[in-house]
Design a protein around this ligand. Structure first.
Ligand SMILES: [Zn+2]
Length: 195
């Protein structure tokens, strides 16, 4: 558990920078031709590409949403994860954005799937880059949202339980990007209250 004074008192997770090796095993095949890809340099980066058709295997990030959901009392709705990564730990609702979705729609959909509640997205909080070494890195888009009237959150398939927490008794969260989203939400909320 962490307790809360002003949002600025939150300890920010240490930010580390690292050099990523660009040597990649040439173990992929062209999606068009089926022949092995070869290492090429494109726009100053080493990538795998196809000599025959020009296909390039760009390493793009995946897009995810993270949603800080408020109820009528100003409490925040969190879920405790029933799947890995982060099994048993608390998190904000959120997940991958599908190709045909607006990110805000994806955020509302994830709230429905994970905490079984209809929400209205209220604002964009921030955008974060989540660097990963063993998988594509993530672009996390954080929103705040409000429960629609009469909605009572319940655990979706991937959650063990859901609960609403006052902002002074928030549990530790499973992922750094969720922590950042919560911190940015609390900062924005304090700024609004001070006006
Ligand atoms: Zn090809």
């Amino acid at each position: 558990m962490w307790t809360r004074g002003p949002a600025a008192e939150y300890k920010q997770p240490a930010r580390t920078y690292r050099i990523v090796s660009v040597s990649m095993p040439a173990s992929h095949f062209c999606l068009n031709c089926g022949i092995p890809l070869q290492t090429q340099t494109r726009e100053g980066r080493e990538v795998e590409g196809c000599k025959r058709c020009g296909f390039v295997l760009w390493h793009d990030p995946k897009v995810v949403t993270v949603v800080v959901v408020e109820n009528d009392s100003g409490e925040l709705v969190l879920g405790r994860r029933g799947i890995d990564p982060g099994y048993g730990r608390w998190c904000l609702p959120g997940g991958f954005v599908n190709d045909d979705e607006d990110p805000a729609e994806a955020a509302a959909r994830e709230c429905w799937e994970e905490v079984r509640a209809q929400v209205d997205i209220t604002r964009l909080l921030n955008v974060y880059h989540v660097a990963k070494e063993d998988a594509p890195s993530l672009i996390a888009i954080a929103y705040s949202a409000r429960l629609r009237e009469g909605e009572i959150p319940q655990a979706g398939e991937e959650m063990l339980e859901v609960a609403a927490f006052g902002t002074d008794v928030l549990p530790e969260l499973a992922f750094p990007s969720h922590f950042q989203a919560l911190r940015d939400y609390l900062t924005a909320r304090e700024e609004t209250q001070q006006r």
